[in-house]
Design a protein around this ligand. Structure first.
Ligand code: NAP
Length: 247
């Protein structure tokens, strides 16, 4: 039971939801920041009903002012945050020549600039504590590329670069920064691509060495390890959770 204050962006659904529940089960005080305030509050209520401590806040992570006020509320209600999981994200499927500049900027905003902003707002708390853990959720597409997802893959690749730079700059403050690039995890985001006919689950299971679809809890377990004290010598790394699809 670490009792630390953890922020999980995109924590109302899918992978972020599982990470929020797991970090709370491990004894952390969890702040769920999600664009959907009702869903964030409901996810936090579920944790509280299960005996954990959590709050849910409506925060659009593409808006720096909302991030700053949301994290100020976290400090006031749960104390200084020392764990940050940047999980909010969105897929924007589009052939390269059809990507508009607005769509490109939107992808960078939700998948990359959001992590930049959240890290810049929270790291001073971690420096003050002399301890911190950041986990940036990227994507297995940073290993493989993915046709038709140019803006998404580029933004997620930027998250990997950010992870490496922050690891180098803040290691001396007791802060580790790692990235999990998940692949083929059963969440509402993945199901939307299945429903749109972009992904066939059985075909993808056939391409997955462990022979199953990943669960959000698979990513949550890895996150729980990376934010613990025992992972203090692991920083600047990509820890794939993809059933062996990318090595
Ligand atoms: P998900 O179920 O759609 O969860 C994403 C959450 O982020 C949702 O609650 C979503 O809210 C929220 N969100 C979106 N835009 C936001 C914003 N501007 N501000 C705050 N919250 C926002 O998807 P998931 O599959 O769990 O994905 C979680 C992360 O894993 C994403 O970064 C994704 O790119 C990454 N990932 C997932 C997979 C996979 O196989 N599932 C693979 C590679 C990478 P709304 O639902 O209301 O939009």
């Amino acid at each position: 039971m670490s009792g630390r204050t953890a922020i999980v962006t995109g924590g109302a659904s899918g992978i972020g939801g599982a990470i929020s529940r797991r970090l709370a089960t491990d004894g952390n005080l969890v702040a769920i920041l999600d664009i959907n305030r009702a869903a964030a509050e409901s996810a936090a209520d579920e944790i509280v009903q299960a005996g954990g401590k959590a709050i849910g806040l409506g925060v659009d992570v593409t808006d720096r002012a909302q991030i700053e006020s949301g994290i100020e509320a976290v400090r006031a209600e749960l104390g200084r945050p020392t764990i940050l999981v940047n999980c909010a994200g969105a897929t924007l499927a589009c052939g390269f020549l059809d990507i508009t500049r607005d769509a490109w900027q939107a992808a960078l905003a939700v998948n990359l600039t959001s992590a930049f902003d959240c890290c810049q707002v929270v790291i001073p708390d971690m420096v003050a504590e002399g301890w911190g853990r950041i986990v940036n959720i990227s994507s297995s597409s940073v290993h493989s590329g993915s046709a038709g997802l140019g803006a998404y893959v580029t933004s997620k690749s930027g998250v990997v670069g950010l992870t490496k730079v922050l690891a180098l700059e803040f290691g001396k403050h007791g802060i580790t920064v790692n990235s999990i690039p998940p692949g083929f995890i059963d969440t509402p985001m993945l199901r939307k691509t299945v429903d749109a006919g972009m992904v066939d689950v059985d075909t993808q299971i056939g391409r997955t060495p462990v022979g199953r679809i990943g669960q959000p809890e698979d990513v949550a377990a890895t996150t729980a390890f990376l934010v613990g004290d025992e992972a203090g010598y692991i920083t600047g790394q990509l820890i794939g959770v993809n059933g062996g699809r990318n090595t």
